[in-house]
Design a protein around this ligand. Structure first.
Ligand code: NAD
Ligand code: UDX
Length: 480
């Protein structure tokens, strides 16, 4: 019988293993983590992450063939296939700080696998890692070898948060990279057999190790690049009177471009895009390819520009100052249907507004006050290190309040910033909202979710990303 152990019970390890357990009832799957609170939550009725459909999948197999445990060494020792799905954050210090991936957690997991193993194992890179990481990991694994064979595979994950379960049930592709040796090919087949329980075999792509590792970084870079491209267009639309939704639709009907991932926004967020592009930039620089590095760096620069541009628009529209003014922030998660706030554009927007001394009242249906306070107090890149998983004492910030109701956040506010596209923000009673606000009442829609014309009829001054500007906004100083 095959036993799978996954090191890292996070946004990837938890849902991925739950789906493998559901689809492969004869395989025992154990997800292990050093963070006891996370494991306790996985074993409770309140899972540590919010993901539509996840509760159902976990309920169906937990205690049958799906287990969550802090006994990392025991379960690694017993497994035939070990997935490593630990965090690979951006380095905060030393060589490559601010760009390179920090492989500390990966390396300590690999050393532990080498130390505790007594039988041959397939070790699967599930984390996103720099190309060539498998080579370094192989060295660590074989260094302490006592006649044990470790075969390393790269099996990057392409799920998106908010749709993780649907993505795992019906992936566009599963990618498995391995050595072009008989052992490498045998291991690829073993992992392919696991996925073949529910994924059509023509969607299981098998490549060499380096192609699989690099494809993950490339996929995220290409996706993020589309968003920065459309966001760059959104600035030009505002300057010219074009409408970015019409432009996106027009270019997206070209089958070579396609309609997906062309929504202009306040900027992309999430734990992957920025981190993986910075990693790609660093790898290009290390390989003597500065032109390629600069090309990809621009995707991040445009994203930062878009977030700054939004803050500048808010401040300039409101008579060039938001000092002492209440601003309601609707949505803090990096996208809808998740409570994840890692690299959410809301952090930079809120910090920008706080820098201009605004008073923020923040509401997100899935993000707690603790999390928001912590995020606003944290330094860049600190969010993805395990200390973050431990409770910190949040610094109190009198400029920020967090509430559990959109109407409460909005009451007496001068302006509303919509930073996450939660469906409920489309359907608020905007007449009631208008009546409860200071005048003139502003809406800055960073996700293009509201019907701007209807809101204008009520009396709001509305800014929508990349859409023709109200005469009020046109008359205010230009933003850059
Ligand atoms: P996460 O922070 O949610 O989970 C990682 C977990 O690993 C944490 O719970 C941490 O405690 C645990 N961990 C760290 N070191 C450990 C060790 N030595 N032993 C046991 N547990 C350890 O991260 P995530 O979002 O699940 O991402 C994991 C990896 O997958 C990253 O490389 C990320 O880039 C990649 N990825 C993430 C997504 C996503 O949507 N979040 C999608 C695709 C790929
Ligand atoms: C991304 C990749 O999509 C996924 O394949 C990979 O495995 C992990 O990284 P994720 O970050 O979870 O997934 O969500 P995604 O849907 O890609 O959104 C990322 C950010 O881009 C969000 O802030 C989202 O709001 C933003 N976005 C997305 C836009 O601004 N416009 C779009 O058209 C699409």
């Amino acid at each position: 019988m095959v036993k799978i152990c996954c090191i890292g019970a996070g946004y990837v390890g938890g849902p991925t293993m739950a789906v493998i357990a559901l689809k492969c009832p004869e395989i025992e799957v154990v997800v292990v983590d050093i963070a006891a609170p996370r494991i306790n939550a996985w074993n409770s009725d309140h899972l540590p992450i919010y993901e539509p459909g996840l509760d159902d999948v976990v309920k169906k197999c937990r205690g049958k063939n799906l287990f969550f445990s802090t006994d990392v060494e025991k379960h690694v020792a017993e497994a035939n296939i070990v997935f490593v799905s630990v965090n690979t954050p951006t380095k905060t210090q030393g060589l490559g700080a601010g760009k390179a991936a920090d492989l500390t957690y990966w390396e300590s997991a690999a050393r532990m696998i080498a130390d505790v193993s007594k039988t041959d194992k397939i070790v699967v890179e599930k984390s996103t890692v720099p190309v060539k990481t498998a080579e370094a990991i192989e060295r660590i694994l074989t260094h302490n070898r006592k006649g044990i064979n470790f075969t390393i595979l790269s099996n990057p994950e392409f799920l998106a948060e908010g749709t993780a379960i649907a993505d795992l049930f019906n992936p566009d592709r599963v990618l498995i990279g391995g050595r072009e040796t008989p052992e490498g090919q045998k291991a690829i087949h073993a992992l392919r057999d696991v996925y073949a329980h529910w994924v059509p075999v023509d969607r299981i792509l098998c490549t060499n190790l380096w192609s699989a590792e690099l494809s993950k970084l490339a996929a995220n870079a290409f996706l993020a690049q589309r968003i920065s491209s459309v966001n760059a267009m959104s600035a030009l639309c505002e300057a010219t009177g074009a409408d970015v939704s019409q432009v996106s639709h027009s270019i997206g009907t070209d089958s070579r471009i396609g309609p997906k991932f062309l929504n202009a926004s306040v900027g992309f967020g999430g734990s992957c895009f920025q981190k993986d592009i910075l990693n790609l930039v660093y790898i290009c620089e290390c390989n003597g390819l500065p032109e390629v590095a600069n090309y990809w760096k621009q995707v991040i620069k445009v994203n930062d520009y878009q977030k700054n541009r939004f803050v500048n628009r808010v401040v300039s529209s409101m008579f060039n100052t938001v000092s002492g003014k209440k601003i309601a922030v609707l949505g803090f998660a990096f996208k809808k249907d998740t409570g994840d706030t890692r690299e959410t554009p809301a952090i930079d927007v809120c910090k920008g507004l706080l820098g201009d001394k605004a008073k923020l009242s923040i509401y997100d249906p899935q993000v707690s006050e603790d999390q928001i306070t912590r995020d606003l107090a944290m330094k860049k890149f600190d969010w993805d290190h395990p200390a973050h998983l431990q409770p910190l004492s949040p610094t109190s910030n009198k400029q920020v309040s967090v509430v559990w109701d959109a109407y409460e956040a909005i009451k007496d506010a001068h302006g509303i910033c919509i930073l996450t596209e939660w469906d409920e923000f489309k359907n608020l009673d905007y007449k009631k909202v208008f009546d409860s606000m200071q005048k003139p009442a502003f809406v800055f829609d960073g996700r293009n979710v509201v019907d701007a014309n209807k809101l204008r009829e009520i009396g709001f001054i509305v800014y929508s990303i990349g859409k023709p500007l109200d005469s009020w906004l046109k008359d205010m100083p230009a933003v850059a």
